[in-house]
Design a protein around this ligand. Sequence first.
Ligand SMILES: *Cc1c(COP(=O)(O)O)cnc(C)c1O
Length: 506
Amino acid sequence: MDVQEFREFGKAAVDYIADYFETIRDRPVLSSVKPGYLGELLPKEAPQTGESWQDVLQDVDRIIMPGLTHWQSPRFHAYYPTANSFPSVIGEMLSAGFGCVGLSWIASPAYTELEVVMMNWLGKLLNLPEEFLNCSEGPGGGIIQGSASEVTFIGLLAAKEKKVKDLMEANPALKETDIRGKLVAYSSDQSNSSVEKAGLLGSVPMKLLPANESGQLTAETLLEAIRQDKEQGLIPCYLVTSLGTTPTCAFDDLLELGPLCNREGIWLHVDAAYAGTAFVCPEYRYLMKGVELADSFNFNPHKWMLVNFDCSAMWVKNAKYLVEAFNVQRIYLKDNHNGLAPEYRHWQISLGRRFRALKLWFVLKIYGVEGIQKHVRGQIRLAKQFECLVLQDGRFEVCTSSMGLVTFRLKGDNDLTERLLEKLDQRKRIFVIAGHFGGKLVIRFAICSRLTNGDDVDLSWAEIKSQADGIVPMADLREEMKVKRSIGSFELTDTAREKIRCEKSK
Ligand SMILES: *Cc1c(COP(=O)(O)O)cnc(C)c1O
């Protein structure tokens, strides 16, 4: 393919993406293909001679598009958002076009330097304590990693090495192997699956302690676990807290857990993968009080901050611990810029580095702080709107509501909610997933796509309601009317009533 063809292919691809976004609202969110569908549509071998780009684009439309789940559809409400924006898409494209690998400063000075500046911008945007920032005097700093899972694992490795080193320094008679075999780590049973995985990968038992009825890990529970483990000769070294748990977006209390970790010499990691973006808005920062007690902090701009996957922001209070855990020198990696910029390869698992800072820069520059705040506040408002709709229907109960996530269920047996989920899955018009809260089956409804608006939320709710009609008998519908009368606005139309209730809760 020559440059001229690249120009044509590239422009056609951008048009294809633009068309996709213009039609995405009308597509069923879930795909209808059956497992194995794609193998039947493609030849068994790679083509002997090359084909035209027009053929390729046609194949995308014929073979790939039907097998997509439309994550950016305004009626995709599963998991948490996976961010996407036009500035970010272009950032990805340019980064691919430059084709560099930033394995050291000299391997592409702009790669490292833009990342340093972006992590400062981002840290200030969240109002993180100064000591986490690259621009602070101390040993703290920020880096872009691929995922929150990776960050939790990296934190664990650093915490482990730090603990081994600290104990051996304090007591030279100790054997390294004895220490390593006794390390334990903690998190709550509400933390993301990747936290448990980090323990498996890092060969440190990750104890998932029971959260309280609000989904938070309490200091009391942690203290008791530490006490029992120490009694057995074990060595606590790492705690993963969540600001915005995956099941219900609950927030652990750092002011409560932090002092305990600091006192016990336990590395405190804060996983704010989804909800961290909300700290761009000052009104939500009370939820991260105590963050200054943490050793590492992470959130995913690729979740809620309009930057395409992958872009996971990690800050550490002392980067020395990462470098000590990961530094390997080779002659071909020698670089003579005298430590004026971080050598990020020592802060991460792989050697090569993508230019992720570019798309982050595009998003921050084109949206501006105000644009991102507006996005966050708008999505939280839509979640509130949904909550209001559920509250007005006597057949349902809202279980939790936090940030852009509402969990709810049909009152009564889990079986009813399970049937509702099955029906919704079969119809494919909206995508929601199941969760558990307080031992009950719930439906997680998250505002995900940046395209979702108030009408989409109404439509998603109408879809849920219409499917519930087939499950909950009419007698219960009369119950619902009673509820509506008791709120005294039955003479209003549905829409007007919804509007009033939502206004109230804003
Ligand atoms: C989504 C999520 C993760 C996993 O994020 P990845 O970047 O996909 O690894 C971890 N923790 C929490 C709290 C999450 O919401």
